[in-house]
Design a protein around this ligand. Structure first.
Ligand SMILES: Cc1cc2nc3c(=O)[nH]c(=O)nc-3n(C[C@H](O)[C@H](O)[C@H](O)COP(=O)(O)OP(=O)(O)OC[C@H]3O[C@@H](n4cnc5c(N)ncnc54)[C@H](O)[C@@H]3O)c2cc1C
Length: 489
């Protein structure tokens, strides 16, 4: 349950029931999917499908800063690739910030879009040098960044500010886009999951539970594109989880801030009628290595010095991290596109993905196509490979052998019956909820998230509710006991 949940509407579109023939099928109606549909709406016959509903993926748990000041990203890219590549990335992010502003303003989308200053800061002495390097890079690339004290009571040894950055409510933005798209004859089907993509003679054949979609082009905007095995995403990325606390604050200056190293301290504010909320994020980590959600939420609370009585929401979210800090965007097979690996900066990168992919489909040159080539395998990827293989192995084996139950309350336990592992949770009313404790994606065992009451996969971050419904991929299947036939045990 995130701060944006209440903006999800009750008006969910019908699922797809009949065969369709289209120019472009977009799988996923998050920031990437709907922005791509927006860029193509005047030129192509498009269908968008989402397994859940518009915005109900990683976008729902985003802090939704629209920002090119992205922690230590330019230092990371300069090291992993070159400074020239980092400069191109900065250019792409500034372009994307401008694009979101233009779409929001020209379409008059009511999404609490507003300009706010953003800070990058050193949390301790050791970090000062890293912040300086980031700032030096930004200055040498023409960014107007100035030394300025953080306006809030966060310990900062040094801090710098830019002014041309924005925040918004991503769900209101997507609802606005949904309206515009539907007025332009784009069909959006919710509760419609793509289960398989096959290459036919002239087009792709994409199967849902009830119907087939025949598409000349397919855009996989599902955040973790697991049906595209040749792309080998698990060997080119890892999943990072972060924890957020939303607290009510007194009238305060609106700004965003982030430091440049772990532990990450990031926050922004959101004004809802007369209330102001602070969204504080910290404890970001590779999901392979830590799993005690309760502990991580406590750490965020301590770091931001938040009172229990002010906290209104707690939730976590995961995004895909790439070895060189650049997303994977573009064509991976003829007329089959992916956009993922946004390194927790998907507000800008989803718009960029929309621009690159739509230009490719329309045969228009785009200066950023080469930079984000999803098929790239650079020295940084080779260097990172042992770490990624180790994390994958650690999370798979660890999920089986060391399911640390010490942090589980007495309401949760695991059991085996006739060779099948089950996870059991008793809710506050004493009702039993039983699921098959095996992720249908690659078979990892699941960990119960006591705070959010979900079964989470420690390998690639699929999530299931207490009754086994898949609420986040890459898994495409549920783990409900009743629906056992839907997943291969
Ligand atoms: C903690 C956290 C904080 C963040 N904060 C920021 C921030 O401040 N600024 C920023 O720029 N970025 C931020 N990000 C990153 C950003 O939120 C994401 O990168 C972005 O929302 C991803 O959008 P998406 O559309 O690619 O994916 P999603 O929003 O996950 O959308 C994918 C959609 O595909 C659907 N889907 C999946 N599988 C199927 C299938 N088989 N068939 C049909 N549909 C399917 C899902 O239901 C989902 O709706 C943050 C990320 C995290 C984890």
């Amino acid at each position: 349950m995130s701060i944006w949940n209440k903006y999800c509407t009750k008006n969910i579109n019908e699922s797809l029931k009949e065969e369709k023939h289209v120019d472009v099928l977009i799988i996923g109606a998050g920031m990437t999917g709907l922005n791509t549909a927006y860029y193509l709406k005047d030129f192509k016959n498009i269908v968008v499908v989402d397994a859940n509903e518009v915005g109900y993926g990683v976008t729902l748990g985003s802090t939704a800063k629209i920002n090119y000041l992205q922690s230590g990203i330019y230092r990371k890219i300069s090291k992993a690739r070159t400074e020239a590549v980092a400069s191109s990335y900065l250019k792409s992010q500034k372009y994307a910030v401008g694009q979101i502003k233009e779409i929001t303003e020209s379409e008059n989308i009511d999404c609490s879009f507003r300009k706010v200053p953003s800070f990058i800061f050193a949390y301790d002495e050791e970090e000062i040098d890293k912040v300086k390097k980031e700032v030096t890079f930004l200055l040498s690339n023409g960014v107007d960044i100035k030394r300025k004290e953080l306006p809030k009571n966060i310990c900062a040894f040094d801090s710098y500010m830019v002014e041309d950055t924005y925040i918004f409510n991503p769900i209101k933005y997507l609802k606005g886009l949904k309206n515009i798209l539907e007025k332009n004859n784009v069909s959006i089907y919710e509760k419609t999951k793509i289960l398989k993509i096959d290459k036919g003679d002239e087009e792709y054949v994409c199967s849902t539970e009830f119907a087939k979609i025949y598409a000349k082009n397919v855009v996989v905007a599902s955040q973790y594109p697991y049906f595209t095995m040749p792309f080998m995403l698990p060997l080119k990325s890892y999943c990072e989880k972060s924890y957020m606390l939303v607290s009510r604050v007194k009238k305060d200056g609106m700004f965003t801030c982030i430091n440049t190293q772990n532990p990450i301290y990031s926050c922004r504010f959101y004004e809802d009628r007369n209330d102001i909320y602070q969204i504080s994020l910290s404890e970001s980590h590779n999901i392979a290595f830590k799993s005690n959600d309760k502990y991580h939420f406590e750490q965020v609370q301590k770091r931001f010095n938040l009172k229990n009585s002010d906290i209104v929401l707690k939730y976590s979210n995961t995004d895909i991290i790439t070895p060189d800090g650049l997303p994977y965007i573009g064509e991976i097979k003829e007329n089959l596109y992916v956009a993922c690996g946004f390194n927790t900066w998907g507000m800008t990168n989803s718009v960029l993905a929309a621009s690159i992919i739509s230009d490719d489909i329309l045969n228009v040159n785009n200066e950023f196509t080469k930079l984000f080539n999803p098929k790239r395998f650079t020295l940084a990827h080779i260097f990172y490979l042992p770490y990624i293989i180790f994390s994958q192995a650690k999370s798979f084996v660890g999920s089986k052998l060391f399911r640390n139950k010490s942090w589980y309350s007495s309401r949760v336990f695991n059991m085996r019956e006739k060779g099948v592992s089950y996870g059991v949770y008793f809710d506050e009313a004493g009702r039993m909820h039983k699921v098959i404790n095996k992720c249908p994606h690659l078979g990892c065992s699941l960990i119960f998230n006591e705070t959010e009451k979900t079964w989470d996969c420690p390998c690639h971050s699929s999530r299931f509710d207490v009754d086994g419904k898949c609420i986040k991929g890459p898994s495409n299947y549920d783990i409900s006991v009743k629906e056992k036939s839907t997943h291969e045990e």
